[in-house]
Write a protein that binds this ligand. Structure first.
Ligand code: TMP
Length: 243
């Protein structure tokens, strides 16, 4: 009988223990629907879970989000943009993510450092090495335990987004920018196949959700966030040599 309880506790800890799960994807991929579904899934199981997003998730970071998304900031220097995303990450990490993980909880985040690599690195052509160092500085070298990349046809995703209302500053960028971002995500998928799982975002909502749950249930958790490297070894030279 006691052993049975012990198994239950171990199972609970494995499914509810310290975990950092991120969602990535391009415009119109349906990330926010899936993050909310997963959040409800953890809540229903009594887990100590929080759902956050990047940029945003704290008062200060939400103000930064507003600046970044504002179509009125049409001319924003690429470097200023990168620094704002990273400033928002630092605030969210220090105020929310790191304390919650330290308390043994589950953190779900709609985007994290992979977005900076894809959008500022590949989309805007900024130096990957610098972006990685700054992101590591902002997030205390935190690495997601698992990342779900919702893969959508870039053009269709953008059209879907545009149909929802006035495009934000990023959605307004041209198709070639968004195609470069896609290349960035493909680069990340190739280089971090154990952490990042691509899921076809065109599949039915519930099917995607089930796939996500099964990946989480099958993942190995070894005390959380134990990845030894986070992009650090991917210098710009390495990136260029891949092309
Ligand atoms: P979203 O929350 O609707 O996905 O909007 C966030 C936007 O910000 C999206 O266009 C991706 C972009 N972004 C970056 O360019 N770099 C980053 O580091 C992050 C977190 C987001």
């Amino acid at each position: 009988m006691q052993k049975r309880y012990l198994n239950d506790i171990m199972l609970f800890e494995r499914k509810c223990g310290k975990m950092f799960i991120t969602f990535e994807g391009q415009e119109g991929a349906g990330k926010s629907t899936q993050t909310k579904l997963l959040y409800s899934h953890f809540l229903e199981r009594g887990c100590n879970v929080i759902l956050t997003r990047e940029p945003g998730g704290t008062d200060i970071a939400e103000k930064i989000r507003h600046i970044l998304k504002d179509p009125g900031s049409a001319y924003m220097s690429k470097k200023a943009e990168a620094l704002l995303y990273i400033a928002a990450r630092a605030q969210l990490a220090d105020e929310v993510i790191l304390p919650h993980l330290a308390a043994g909880g589950v953190v779900l985040s709609d985007r994290f450092t992979d977005s900076t690599i894809a959008y500022q690195g590949f989309g805007n052509g900024l130096d990957l090495g610098i972006l990685i160092s700054m992101s590591n500085f902002a997030g205390n070298c935190l690495v997601p335990d698992i990342t779900f990349y919702l893969q959508v046809d870039v053009k269709e995703g953008l059209e879907r987004k545009l149909a929802q209302g006035t495009p934000d500053r990023i959605e307004q960028k041209d198709l070639s920018y968004h195609m470069r971002v896609k290349k960035g995500y493909e680069y990340l998928l190739r280089n971090f196949p154990q952490r990042i799982f691509a899921i076809n975002a065109e599949l039915p909502r519930d099917e995607i959700h089930k796939t996500i749950i099964s990946h989480i249930e099958n993942m190995k958790i070894e005390g959380g966030n134990t990845h030894e490297t986070y992009y650090g070894h991917h210098s710009r030279r390495r990136r260029l040599s891949n092309y």
